[in-house]
Design a binder for this molecule. Structure first.
Ligand code: FAD
Length: 575
């Protein structure tokens, strides 16, 4: 049989993975990568850290070069070559050499599209003014570095609070710039549930970032304000006008308002496009044309949990899809399981990570879910340096199957989300988390790890040992008590449940939830007579552990009781 000619459009995550895997499986195939830019296989995920100076050597961002592809893999890489057109009938592509301007036609047996996704540039007034940058490739960050350096920039505006925006905020701050963030929504990291990013808002503000939520950019204008030091000459900077009319002076603007799949080639050649705007592929990464595969940010995937079509532009799925496409091209029965959106982002001293569906996504998909909040130390409290992380678990109320998880706190948050990501992929339940045997030594974890704790709490609920209630429900039904006083323990009934704080008086003095009464846990058994039997009681404490004990005492004494999930720490997330 003649050797296959496989052409690949795009030579970074998905395209490069596909080429390398193809060669390992088929020594005879002719493999050519066409890449529009000057580099292949570069580390786009490292770009913000190059701007911030954490990664100083630009070369380190070049994971593999065209020479390495040639020498190690016998894969031909043509950089600065843009594929312009697909002729499906004749199985060929038209490629333009961006340096010479010349165009050639290249025949293929198999074509792999891995063109990625392009940053969105909203058509706002002034969007094309100099000093406004997106971050996609090394050329972008070279331009940003040159601009910041030559102008000795002091003020940056970052438009968009997704993970690329946040990474740029951190790195521009690290370089000493004052950063303002303009975000359309009332939260950063819109892929997560709002309460789980509340600590990120606090973290950004504590680091001096001017975080403007629900205040998108409306226009860009040439600057009318010189920098405080006068180093940027008037007229060289920008004024960013927000929707509320406020004006922010900027020496540099970073646009990070999302990405859009690059589908032009696919659309123009009549390949099917999915409802989300990505190239439609099956679970073997085949497009509507059996000779053409597509992988990475350009494709529509199936959300692993909701089953809905989705765009999930992340490096892990792009690499795996490239590998799967290569397997299928070489006759193996590989299949993509769908994307879980597992991701992690560092924001100064906080780590934020998630996997699977969020509560809002489950609601939108009409999938019933229960949730738990736990607050655990990332390693044994007696070992120096332990820090807290909040973990939100979403699971099916019927059988406890895991649906999603989000964590915020110290770096240990990422490890827990990794464990939970695998659990979700294996369709595990909260009961499996109770039994998970995870590594432990005091500097790394706890004998009852945060993952086990989340499982115990959810398992207690599903077994009926404790009935949970969430702060959102408390917010919805709480009304300020008359005369500004909290209702007394045992006070007369009414539709409002009695909320009992079982923390010690000293803790309560430092801050309490309005309308609660304090019955410290050690006193509870002796004070049962003060509590109403005709009214539901909601108990809470610091993180939900003592209130769980209290709930068990009350339940076994015949009270109607529910435990406010996650205690004061979760209350503060919802504040
Ligand atoms: P890309 O890696 O974008 O590669 C597509 C390539 O195709 C491009 O180089 C483009 O020039 C080329 N191309 C397009 N059209 C043509 C054409 N017609 N002809 C020839 N070439 C063409 N993901 C994570 O999971 N974690 C992270 O921490 C993370 N950080 C990121 C930080 C930044 C700043 C950016 C920009 C992305 C980050 N990502 C991260 C996302 C991740 O990089 C992408 O999901 C991944 O690179 C997608 O791979 P891809 O192969 O689909 O597309």
């Amino acid at each position: 049989m003649a050797a296959k000619r496989v052409l690949i459009v795009g030579g970074v995550a998905g395209g490069a993975s596909c080429a390398a895997r193809l060669r390992r499986l088929d020594e005879r195939a002719e493999i050519v990568i066409f890449e529009r830019g000057p580099d292949v296989s570069f580390a786009n995920c490292g770009l913000p850290y190059y701007v911030g100076g954490v990664i100083q050597d630009r070369q380190k961002l070049l994971v593999a070069t065209p020479e390495r592809f040639r020498d190690w893999l016998r894969v031909e890489v043509r950089v600065r070559h843009e594929v312009q057109k697909i002729d499906r009938a004749n199985r060929s592509i038209e490629v333009q050499n961006l340096q010479s301007g010349g165009t050639v036609t290249e025949p293929y047996d198999v074509l792999v599209l891995a063109p990625g996704a392009a940053p969105v540039r909203p058509p706002l007034p002034g969007i094309d003014l100099p000093g406004i940058f997106c971050v996609r490739n090394l050329e972008d960050v070279d331009r940003i570095q040159a601009w910041i350096g030559s102008r000795k920039a002091e003020r940056a505006v970052v438009v968009g609070g997704g993970y690329i925006g946040l990474e740029m905020v951190e790195n521009l701050s690290r370089r000493g710039l004052h950063v303002t963030v303009l975000e359309l929504l009332d939260q950063v990291m819109p892929t997560m549930d709002p309460e789980m990013v509340a600590p990120v808002h606090a973290e950004l503000r504590s680091k001096g970032v001017d975080l403007q939520l629900s205040n998108p950019v409306a226009a860009f204008e040439p600057a009318s304000l010189p920098a405080p030091s006068g180093r940027v000459a008037e007229g060289e900077g920008l004024t960013v006008v927000a929707r509320d009319g406020r004006r922010f002076a900027a020496d540099v603007v970073i646009l990070a308002v999302g990405v859009r799949p690059e589908t032009r080639l696919a659309e123009e050649s009549g390949l099917e496009i999915g409802s989300t705007g990505g190239i439609r592929v099956d679970d073997q990464m085949r497009t509507s044309d059996p000779a053409i595969y597509a992988v990475g940010d350009a494709v529509e995937v199936r959300d692993f949990v909701t089953g809905r079509p989705a765009l999930i532009p992340l490096a892990g799925p792009a690499n795996r899809q490239g590998r799967i496409a290569a397997d299928v091209i070489c006759g193996r029965d590989a299949r993509f399981r769908g994307s879980q959106g597992t991701c992690v982002v560092g924001v100064f001293d906080l780590t934020l990570a998630m996997t699977g569906a969020t509560e809002k996504a489950l609601q939108a998909a009409g999938i019933p879910c229960e949730k738990s909040y736990t607050h655990s130390l990332d390693h044994a409290g007696y070992y120096p340096g332990a820090g807290m992380m909040a973990l939100k678990l979403l699971y099916a109320p019927i059988d406890g199957r895991l649906l999603g998880a989000q964590a915020v706190g110290t770096a240990g948050a990422a490890k827990r989300i990794d464990v939970l990501a695998m659990a979700i992929q294996k369709k595990a339940t909260v009961y499996d988390l109770e039994e998970a045997e995870l590594c432990y030594a005091p500097q790394y974890g706890s004998a009852k790890d945060a993952v086990n704790m989340a499982g115990f709490v959810a398992g207690n609920v599903l077994r009926g040992d404790v009935d949970p209630v969430h702060w959102t429900e408390w917010k919805a039904c709480w009304r300020a008590p008359t005369e500004g006083r909290a209702p007394a323990a045992g006070g007369s009934g009414g539709e409002m449940p009695l909320v009992v704080d079982v923390r010690d008086a000293a803790e309560v003095a430092k801050g309490a939830v309005p309308g609660t009464v304090n019955v410290p846990l050690p006193e509870l058994r002796a004070r049962l007579g003060e509590l109403p039997r005709d009214r539901e009681i909601w108990v809470h404490c610091g993180v939900g552990q003592r209130s769980y004990y209290a709930a068990r005492i009350l339940k076994q004494n015949g009270f109607q009781v529910r435990n406010l999930s996650g205690g004061m720490k979760t209350y503060k997330l919802h504040e």
